[in-house]
Write a protein that binds this ligand. Sequence first.
Ligand code: SF4
Length: 311
Amino acid sequence: MITEVNKEFEFHQKGKYLVSNKIFLDLVFNNECNYNCKFCIARTKTYSENDYENWKKSLKRTFEIFGEEIDSIIILGGESTIDPHFFDKLEYLDEVTKDKHVFTILTTNGFMLKHENFLQRLLASSVDSINISVMNHNHELNNYLMGANTLSKEELKHIYDEVHAAGKTLRFNTNVARNNLSTVEEMEDYIRYFKGCYDAIKFTPLMKTDMFGTTDDVLEYTHKYVMEKEEIKELFDSLANRHIKKSHNSKVFGLINYGDLTVYGEHIILKYEQVEDMYDLDKVIPTLKIYPNGNLSNEWDYAKNILDDFE
Ligand code: SF4
């Protein structure tokens, strides 16, 4: 089941840090992408250089230090599947985690999965679950929002069938914003339109991207279309009230509030909010990220390397 819910967590001391007993490790493979989404958090003013050798060293060291705590892995970019070292990195990850498999999720725009060889190689890897970003069920609008000729419904259906046959799971991720899926009816249309193409859908409110240091056009876009917290709550509660509520989970990984629903028989995840930053990140490790340059950080800062604190 693809869900981030029901993750009980607590903290213990390790070196100078209080460390979560269930760490969500983001592996940022690269910065580059073949899409041009208007809301992209990876389109930043400065970015981490790619350093494959250092990235591998850092991955190994991260598991030596935090192997017990790391609970799941999410592969991110840019678009990780266009990284020339994509499969090398997956193989190295396998090697590092061979004694204890860690549930691994790939987040992708799905473009490379149109290529049958690529798809089959991916499905033979130890990636357990795939998240594809699909903003809207109107293909033209989806292309506009993602700045690319995105996958068709038929292509998505084929990918889903193959993923399913391989015993893995597929989730669609989309943003809710003033100009995208901002009513219950639109959300229901999206769920119905793609029925049979996914195992779950996650709706996430568009966020202002200030904390990621994105380019001015992305900042301007997100400021213009972001919905207020109260509007999101009202929208999500309205959807939840019309369908079957399964659970509401607060502070998953200490950070996020989720709602889990069944809508037209499908598993729907509503990310209500990212809980406001309540940690002093000089002292606490709630999550970890390895950047393309090999730095290990506990926040969205590719220049920070907390491995230095464990030498
Ligand atoms: S697919 Fe992802 S990385 Fe690429 S432009 Fe869109 S949001 Fe950014």
